[in-house]
Every structure is written in C-alpha cells, then in structure tokens.
Design a protein around this ligand. Structure first.
Ligand code: HEC
Ligand code: HEC
Length: 332
C-alpha cells in the first residue's frame, strides 16, 4: 500500500520541483535524498540478533526531501522533463519486464530496500529516489549503481546482465508510476494471466497452507494487484530487531525444537539463534536459552513457515506468476 505520508512526500517534492527555479540537474552522482544510516554489514549476513540495535526504518527518514543542490539552472524544457520524470507520467513499462524485474528485485534487493522498494532498515526508499525517477525505466542511471554498488555506503555490487538491469528498472518505474498516480497504475494491467491455470497451480502448491474461502477469502479486496503480487511473492519483509512496523503475523513466526544431549527436547517460538546460543519461548511463554558448544551441544531444528514461499519463488515461471495473480484477483 502507498502510505499517505509517502504520497504526501511525493506530492510535496513535485511541488517543490515546480517552484524551484534553480533546479539542479538530476545527476546520477548526486542523489538528492540522502539515505539514512547505511548498514555496516554486508548483505550476506542475515539479521543476527539484537547486535544491530534499533535502526531507524522508513519512518525516521526526512519526510520532505526538496532539492538541495544549487547547481546550474537548466532550461525550462529540462525542468518540464524533470517534472514529468517526477510524476512518472511516461508510458507504462512492459508488464512482462515489470514482473521479471519484480522477481529479481524481491530476491536481491528487497532485503535492504523493502519488497515494495519503499525502503527498509538498511536501504533507502527507491520510489522516492531522484536517481531512480531519472532512470525512466531504462536502466541507464540505475545500472551503474547495481553493477558497481556503493560498497562504502552499504550497497553491494551485483553482476546483473543488461537485460536484468532493464527488468529491474522497469519494475522500479512501475513503482514510481504507482506512487505518482495510483489511479493510472491500473493501466499497467499486470493482471494478464489465466485464472483457471492459476487455480490449478494454487491447488497443487498453495492449498496445503491456504484456502480461498478461509484465510485468503476476499484477499483481492484487501490489496491492489501490485501489492497482492508482492504478498504472495514475499509475504513478510526482512526485518531487523527494533525496526518499526507491525508485528509479524503469528502464522509466519519461526519455531524451533531444541533436543538436548540428554534426549530432552523443548519446542517453541524462536527468539534468537546464532553460532553460540539459541533461545525460545515455549507455549506457556517461558523463556529458555542454551549455549551451543561444539559437538556436544543441543540439536536444533528450525521451522520457518515462510520457507515454502522462498522455495516457490525460485520455481515460478513468469506465466505461473501471472496466472496465480489472475486467480487471486478473483477472490474478491
Ligand atoms: C545490503 C543492502 C542493499 C542491497 C542488498 C541493495 N542495496 Fe541498493 N542501496 C543500499 C544503500 C545503503 C544505498 C544508499 C547508498 C548511498 O548512500 O549512496 C543504496 C542505494 C541504491 C540506489 C541509489 C539510490 C539513490 O537515490 O541514490 C539504487 C538505484 C539501488 N540502491 C538499487 C538497488 C538494487 C536494484 C538492488 C538489487 C539488485 C539493491 N539496491 C540492493 C543498500 C542495498
Ligand atoms: C507451507 C505453507 C505455505 C505455502 C505452501 C504457501 N504459503 Fe502463502 N503464506 C504462508 C504463511 C505462513 C504466510 C504468512 C502468514 C499470512 O500472512 O497469512 C503466507 C502468506 C501469504 C499471503 C499473504 C496473505 C495476507 O493476508 O497478507 C499470500 C497472498 C499467500 N501467502 C499466497 C500464497 C500462494 C499463492 C501460494 C502458492 C503459490 C502460497 N502462498 C504457498 C504459508 C504458505
């Protein structure tokens, strides 16, 4: 969902662009929305315990990033183009490319930038990024950032092909357009799949956990198509401890069974697991913690209810994705 705050921020920025005569050229080198607190750790490391401390999430970001760079004033034409960019009013990107790009984004970038590209604990909001707006879905300004990363700022580099970069650019463009004009987003019509085929896929792969008349009843009335697609691609965003946001759905919580050398075993909600210790709260709410010391340590089995989603994500073809979405869209 587009938050009201973010939408207002986009509007505000658009107005600021209209009113600022000395509009800086929207250069790839000078992003005008400074990201807050880039992470100190590489992406390969999953959020490990509370060591990170509370990190400001998107809520802590400046709400109104007006242009700050007093560069050479470009001509009116450039300015009008910039405003066009900002409102993302161009033609919508190819829906197939958007779908492929979304998949790439969700697997590679969502960890830091959020699965909606709206920013996460360790990566800035890309929907509001001037650099991304300026890219216009071409990959020209985004490409170098993806390929080179900004290692000193916490953005790793990726070896993407040109085609992959274009797809990610198309996806980000679609998010820009969604943010710029929620009404117009409908024209993207990402809902091009076959609902019957989607239903068959659902019965084979999803029905053991979900029911169209149970937990997913009316799901299409709850979310618009892009959000719905995001939801089944990646239901829960990676969160860091202390990051603001709604608590995770209890059905998505990880559980763990710890079997001690004595044979005794305790199960419960996973609280913390690293190389040295594991802790959980059992059904009665009691907290347990063990040190993991080498070979004699306890046996640990983690159950992640969302593992299935991650596995499925690797298997979907583009057609599957469209078909599933088309089917879910029938669950009004
Ligand atoms: C480990 C976290 C992390 C991952 C993973 C990551 N990024 Fe980033 N990204 C960042 C950070 C931090 C910045 C801000 C860097 C800076 O301060 O200049 C950034 C900046 C960017 C920018 C520039 C935004 C601007 O306005 O300057 C783009 C575009 C971008 N990332 C795209 C991507 C894409 C596409 C992927 C996936 C292929 C990705 N990122 C994966 C952390 C990450
Ligand atoms: C092994 C169990 C499992 C399988 C298989 C599975 N899911 Fe999920 N799914 C979950 C859990 C757990 C959640 C998170 C809790 C929640 O939001 O309902 C979830 C969340 C979702 C959501 C978000 C629901 C909401 O209200 O926000 C959608 C949509 C979804 N799954 C669709 C699918 C589709 C489509 C498939 C098959 C392609 C699938 N799931 C396969 C377990 C599963």
């Amino acid at each position: 969902m587009i938050s009201k705050r973010a939408f207002v921020a986009v509007l505000f920025t658009a107005v600021a662009l209209l009113l600022t005569p000395a509009l800086a050229p929207l250069s790839a080198q000078e992003p005008q929305i400074p990201p807050t607190n880039p992470p100190a750790h590489p992406p390969a490391e999953p959020p490990a315990g509370a060591a990170n401390g509370p990190q400001p999430g998107p809520a802590a970001k400046p709400a109104s990033p007006g242009p700050t760079q007093q560069g050479a004033a470009p001509g009116a034409q450039t300015r009008r183009n910039a405003i066009g960019d900002f409102l993302a009013t161009g033609p919508p990107p190819d829906p197939e490319a958007v779908a492929r790009g979304e998949k790439l984004f969700v697997t590679n970038c969502a960890f830091c930038h959020g699965s909606n590209a709206r920013g996460g604990a360790t990566g800035p909001d890309l929907v509001r990024s001037v650099l991304v707006l300026h890219d216009e879905g071409t990959g020209k300004t985004i490409g170098p950032v993806i390929l080179n990363g900004r290692p000193d700022k916490g953005m790793p580099k990726f070896s993407f092909t040109d085609a992959q970069i274009k797809d990610v650019a198309a996806f980000l463009r679609s998010r820009n357009q969604a943010a710029a004009n929620r009404m117009d987003y409908k024209i993207l019509d990402i809902n091009t799949g076959d609902p019957k085929a989607g239903e068959a896929y659902f019965t084979a792969h999803c029905a053991k956990c979900h029911s169209p008349s149970g937990d997913l009843a009316h799901i299409a009335s709850k979310y618009d198509a892009p959000s719905l697609q995001n939801k089944f691609l990646y239901p829960i965003e990676h969160r860091y401890p202390g990051m603001p946001g709604p608590p995770p759905d209890p059905r998505a919580e990880k559980t763990v069974t710890v079997t001690l050398p004595s044979g005794e075993s305790v199960s419960g909600k996973l609280d913390h697991l690293d190389d040295f210790s594991v802790s959980l709260s059992d059904a009665s709410g009691e907290y347990h913690s063990w040190n993991i010391d080498g070979a004699s340590g306890p046996r640990i089995e983690v159950h992640d209810p969302l593992k299935a989603h991650e596995e499925l994500l690797k298997q979907y073809t583009d057609a599957d994705m469209h078909n599933i979405l088309a089917y879910l869209e029938t669950l009004k």
